[in-house]
Structure formats: C-alpha cells, structure tokens
Design a protein around this ligand. Structure first.
Ligand SMILES: NC(=O)C1=CN([C@@H]2O[C@H](COP(=O)(O)OP(=O)(O)OC[C@H]3O[C@@H](n4cnc5c(N)ncnc54)[C@H](OP(=O)(O)O)[C@@H]3O)[C@@H](O)[C@H]2O)[C@@H](O)CC1
Ligand SMILES: [K+]
Length: 494
C-alpha cells in the first residue's frame, strides 16, 4: 500500500480522470458508496446522522453519503457550511441530486449547533486533501462545535483541518475514525497530525493501481514481509544465513550489546559474534550461541571480511579509540549498521560516509537524527518524510528514523513507513534489540530496504504479540519482546 502527500493524491485523481476517462463525479459516487458500506454496520435506523459538508470535493463525497444513507431510510441531516455559489463542479452535481432526493439541509449556525448536539453520528466532509490552512470563520466554529460533542465523528479521507503544512494548522476535527480514500496520506503517520485520525480504515474507490507506480513511499504490511522474507532452506546450513558481528558494550552499559545479540540470535542468524573491550567481558551474559571476538581484530581487514554485516555502537561509549574503530570499519567493504554511540561518533565527521562501496545503515531516534542532520527535533517530527529523504540522498545512506511509525529510507529516496509496535517499545534497550534484528535481516532479505523494513516490522509485531498475550505496555521489556519474535515469524510461515 502506498502513502501519499495531498499533492500526489490530487495528481492521481487527475490522472484517473484524464488518462483513464474516469469522470470525477463517478469517482465521487464511488467514494460516497464505499464509505456508506463501511458506515452501515455501525448504525441503526433510529440513529441521528449529521453530515457536515464543505465547499470542495470532500464535501461532494459528503453529499453522496448523506443522499445514500437517506435513501436507505436513515435519519440524516446535512449541514451546509458555505453559500450555494461556493459549491461548484462535481460537488455541485451531487448537491443538486441531494436536494432532489429531499435530504434536509441546515444552513444556520444555531440550527447546526442543535443538530450536532443531538446527533448520534457525525460525518465530517468539510475538507480533505485540498485544505490549505489557516481555518477561517465560520468554518472554524463548525469544527469547534464538532470537537465538543460526544457522538462519534467519522471523517472522510482526512480529518478536516489536518494539513502537511503543520505551521499553518489552526484547528482540526478530532475523528473517532477516518475513512481514508484509496491510500493513506502522510499526515496519518506524522506525530503532530496522526492523533486526529482516530481509527483508520481504507476505502477503495476504484482508482487504477498503475497510477500509483511512481509513488516511492510504501506502508509496510504483512504481505510485503511475506514476499521479501528469505525462506529457511531444507539444505541450508549456518553459512547460508550469514555471520553478523556486533561491536558494542562497555562497563557502564553492557546490556545494550547483549540485547542486540539476543535480537540477532532470535532473528535467524547463522552465526553471531560480539566484539567488546577486555574490561567489559566480565559484565556480559551473552546467549550461549554467541561467539566472542577481541577488539584487537578491528584493525585486521582480512579477519573482518568473514562477516556479512557489522553493527556498531550499541552501548559502546564515546572516546577517541572508539572513533578510530568506527573509521576503520567505514573503510571496510562490508554492510555496516551504525547505532547509538556509533551515531554520535559518526556525527563528528559525516564526510567519512563518502566513498563507501558497501551499504551503510543509520538507525537514529529523532534526537540523534537532529544531531546528525542539524534540524531541530520539532522540525523532524512535523516533517519526518522530507528531512529523512534529503539526508539519505545527500549522504548515500539507508536511514531508519525510529518512532511510533518508523520511517525507513534508501539512498535513492524510496521510503517505507512501519505500522507495527506500541508504546511498550518506548524503553531503553528497544533500539539495541532492533539493531540485532535488522543486522540479521540485512544478510538474508532482498532488497536491502525491504530487509530493514522487515526487521522493523518484526520488532514491532513481536511487541504487539507480547501485549496481546502476556504483558502490558507498562511492564513489557525488550527481553520479553525478543521472546515473542517467534510469534511474529510464525505469522509468515503458517
Ligand atoms: N476527483 C477527485 O479529485 C476526487 C476527490 N475526492 C475527494 O475530494 C477531496 C479533495 O477535494 P478538493 O481538492 O476539492 O479539496 P477539499 O479538501 O474538498 O477542499 C477544497 C475546498 O476547500 C476550500 N478551502 C481550502 N482551504 C480552505 C480554508 N482554509 N478555508 C476555507 N476554505 C478552504 C477550497 O476553496 P478555494 O481555496 O478553492 O477557494 C475548496 O473549495 C479528497 O480529500 C476526497 O475526499 C474523492 O471524491 C475522489 C475523487
Ligand atoms: K474530511
């Protein structure tokens, strides 16, 4: 499933109309009918349904919904928020039909307030992808009224008032559920706008799939993992699945590399090795399956060439010697994942990324990405897709920006957004576990972008299983999440 900006969605609507001869009023009819099909299981005939319609095509979808529900015998009222002359084009065609059907229309604010207060379901069809902030009166008052009532609100396509240009956002509808047309918009995954959506449901209106091909932003779901996860092979051996080296840990933070090792062991690695300094070994309790390697080998290029992936930085600590280790690894022709303290060391001189022959994967959380990119954390949170894309392209890296909806970006700017996981992952150690999981998937799944997305998906899915089966977001630990990786993998083999 693709994920789009409003501009891209508008372009696809235009392509459908121009290149595929799909009339706009037909698409609107399809949208309205698909939405009614989603709403109908949630309503009964005595419900009082109020549709709040704006001036554009989103309002047009609302006209179809109001007419269709009315025609099926439901009690429906339409709140018209703009004068007749503002309703034009396809929306006006459906407005005319709606009036012929005799759907009751409310135009005054006082009546609208009364209707909204007695509604049992409100359909928000004020604005969709064509909204540009800020919001003005009287529309703002309608939104304020909607946000005060207790009845559920179902928004059509986008909660009205939500915009990619977060700085221009004033008020927006807080939806109970959003019935997203055809494909989710980026605002559904951005921290500042996602909470307005409530529950998300996709409704198809028959737009041609081929029109979405040029969109290089994908929502990663189980079918994508299913097709890209390397199958276990009957005649495979440990060499088939790769040998990963995890470089990290120090006396103060030995647990980080332990969790990475646990993640790697539980994610299908052929062999897992850990490299740390002498002083740290006594504090490590590694899984039995993990091999130990001395930091002295970091200078030995031939020795390092036996690893298919090296992950660097989890609980490593920061000093000049560690920085030299990073520089040595950056010169090694091996896929390299850099996390945590490794990112801080890399941030001292990003030019070190230049000229690498093998892929480099960076796994920052927003604060680490702020340090690397020079953007503020706030700017990253409102614009995560564009800031990560330009950074990944500029530095030729794969980037995993960790968050509630982790975004994975390739050096070419292709992007994947993850939807698994829950607040139980917002804990120290979750990132270390993820590094271990991703390093292993990097050795097995193709292409590399998909392998990283699979790692992120499985990490989140394991925590979702943990919450469903035994734990809560309060008590679940990264170790518990590792224990649930089997449940996540099982989804793809049964
Ligand atoms: N064929 C299609 O394209 C299909 C589209 N579909 C549906 O259409 C939606 C997109 O429709 P859209 O492009 O008409 O935009 P929409 O969100 O209704 O708003 C635009 C209107 O709002 C106005 N307006 C904007 N900002 C404002 C503000 N701050 N304050 C006040 N007014 C403001 C703006 O006025 P203008 O700026 O033009 O004067 C214009 O009148 C999409 O989300 C989906 O639901 C489906 O039916 C499938 C087929
Ligand atoms: K809407």
């Amino acid at each position: 499933m693709k994920c789009l900006t409003s501009k891209e969605m508008t372009q696809i609507d235009l392509t459908a109309m121009k290149d595929y001869n799909m009339p706009g009023d037909m698409l609107m009819e399809n949208a309205g009918r698909s939405i009614v099909a989603q709403i109908e299981p949630d309503i009964v005939k005595r419900d009082q349904i109020v549709v709040v319609a704006g001036p554009g095509n989103n309002g047009g979808d609302g006209f179809v919904v109001a007419r269709e529900l009315y025609n099926r015998g439901y009690r429906v009222k339409l709140i018209q928020t703009v004068p007749n002359e503002k309703i034009t084009g396809d929306a006006n065609k459906h407005f005319t039909i709606l009036k012929k059907f005799g759907v009751p229309i409310v135009t005054s604010m006082s009546e609208a307030e009364h209707e909204l207060k007695s509604a049992t379901l409100v359909i928000d069809a004020l604005f969709g992808t064509g909204y540009v902030g800020p919001m003005h009166e009287p529309i703002q008052s309608y939104v304020d009224l909607m946000n005060q009532i207790l009845a559920p609100i179902y928004s059509i396509d986008v909660p009205s008032g939500v915009s990619e240009d977060v700085d221009s956002m004033t008020v927006a509808v807080k939806a109970t559920k959003t019935l997203i047309i055809e494909a989710p918009k980026v605002t559904a995954y951005i921290e500042t706008t996602a909470p307005y959506y409530g529950e998300k449901t996709i409704v198809s209106i028959g737009l041609p799939y081929a029109a979405f091909h040029s969109i290089s932003r994908t929502v990663w779901l189980a079918p994508q993992v299913q097709t890209s996860l390397m199958p276990r092979q009957q005649f495979g051996h440990k060499g088939t699945y790769g040998h990963v080296l995890l470089v990290g840990g120090n006396v103060a933070m030995p647990g980080a590399v332990q969790l990475s090792a646990l993640g790697a062991v539980k994610s299908g690695a052929g062999l897992v090795s850990v490299m740390t300094d002498e002083a740290t070994w006594p504090y490590l309790q590694l899984p039995y399956e993990v091999m130990r390697t001395s930091v002295d080998y970091i200078m030995n290029k031939d020795f390092l060439s036996k690893y298919q992936v090296i992950a660097f930085g989890m609980g490593l600590g920061i000093d000049d010697q560690k920085e030299r280790m990073l520089h040595q690894l950056l010169e090694q022709d091996v896929p390299l994942l850099i996390d945590a303290d490794g990112l801080t060391l890399l941030g001292r001189d990003l030019r070190r990324l230049e000229g690498r022959n093998s892929p480099t994967v960076l796994t920052p959380h927003p604060k680490e990405f702020a340090m690397l990119s020079g953007h503020s954390v706030a700017a990253i949170k409102v614009n995560p897709f564009s800031v990560t894309k330009s950074f990944a392209k500029k530095h030729g890296v794969f980037l995993i920006l960790k968050g509630a909806n982790t975004i994975i970006t390739s050096p070419r700017g292709e992007q994947i957004v993850n939807t698994t996981g829950n607040s139980g992952l917002s804990k120290g150690g979750s990132g270390d576990l993820l590094s271990g999981i991703c390093s292993v998937r990097m050795m097995q799944d193709k292409p590399l972008l998909s392998s990283l997305a699979n790692g992120v998906f499985l990490h989140g899915a394991a925590c979702d299983f943990a919450i469903k089966q035994a734990y809560t977001p309060y008590d679940v630990t990264p170790t518990d999440v590792a224990g649930m990786l089997g449940e996540a993998f099982r989804t793809f083999i049964e």
